[in-house]
Design a binder for this molecule. Structure first.
Ligand SMILES: N[C@@H](CCC(=O)N[C@@H](CS)C(=O)NCC(=O)O)C(=O)O
Length: 237
């Protein structure tokens, strides 16, 4: 289905009473959740490469996951996972690269070796970045995350163009689901704009908000993420 400018109809979320899909029938399936930032990475990748017809979304209810997912599909019991060519593989960053390499559509890795190298550096940094931000919620988030957000602002100055490697790439996909959530949470909880004083970061978000592959995947209700932060990190109801 071509989805440019039109919201793709999101298939219903599967719960324990839902029948499992017919595993290994030749269909390529992305097991995911509409609220999981890791799954969102692979979903954006699929959309960017125009694979909406080739990779079917199988959304799961993470609060109430069907038992068959762990038993029959992916023993690690996490999303995302991809069913392709008779096997199921996981890990979001590996999956972005797998989909990029094994399917048609515009490449997500630039040819320039300097960009490739910097891309890997930024990808390595993402877990440190997200841990730093999540960890800050129990303390002084705005102050404690200054260096981490500044790191991204500085990284955006390395190549010409609004994206981390100049042109849109897998690095943008790796970060944006988390930035989407953090931007909203900082604004709601602390009335703080994470792009203030970070002009390149502001443009990066603006550019991504124009990108249809990403727009299709944005959280339907970002307040759910704020509720999660309040419950898990702030001990609030
Ligand atoms: N390192 C994994 C992390 C995936 C992950 O932690 N996914 C979460 C949902 S956002 C999950 O499935 N957790 C298990 C659960 O909720 O039961 C990746 O990058 O794919």
């Amino acid at each position: 289905m071509a989805t440019i400018g039109v919201q793709e109809i999101r298939p219903p979320t599967l719960s324990p009473t839902s029948e499992p899909p017919p595993l290994f029938d030749g269909t390529t399936r992305l097991y995911m959740s509409y609220t999981c930032p890791f799954a969102q990475r692979v979903w954006i990748t699929r959309n960017h490469k125009g694979l909406q017809e080739k990779i079917k979304l199988v959304p799961l209810d993470l609060q109430n996951k069907p038992a068959w997912y762990k038993e029959k599909v992916y023993p690690e019991n996490k999303v995302p996972s991809l069913e392709h060519n008779g096997k199921v593989i996981g890990e979001s960053i590996d999956l972005i690269k797998y989909v990029d390499t094994n399917f048609e559509g515009p490449s997500l890795v630039p040819n320039d070796p300097a960009k490739k190298e910097f891309g890997e550096e930024l990808i390595k940094y993402v877990d440190t970045f997200t841990k730093d931000v999540f960890g800050s919620f129990k303390g002084e988030p705005v102050i404690q995350t200054t260096a981490s957000f500044d790191y991204l602002e500085n990284a955006l100055g390395k190549f010409d163009g609004p994206f981390f490697l100049g042109e849109f790439s897998l690095v943008d996909i790796v970060y944006i689901p988390f930035i989407e959530r953090f931007q909203f949470a900082f604004s709601e909880l602390y009335k703080h704009d994470i792009t203030a004083g970070r002009p390149k970061f502001a443009i990066w978000i603006e550019e991504l908000n124009k990108n249809d592959a990403y727009k299709q995947t944005k959280l339907a209700d970002p307040q759910e993420f704020v509720a999660f932060i309040k419950k898990i990190f702030l001990g609030q109801k």
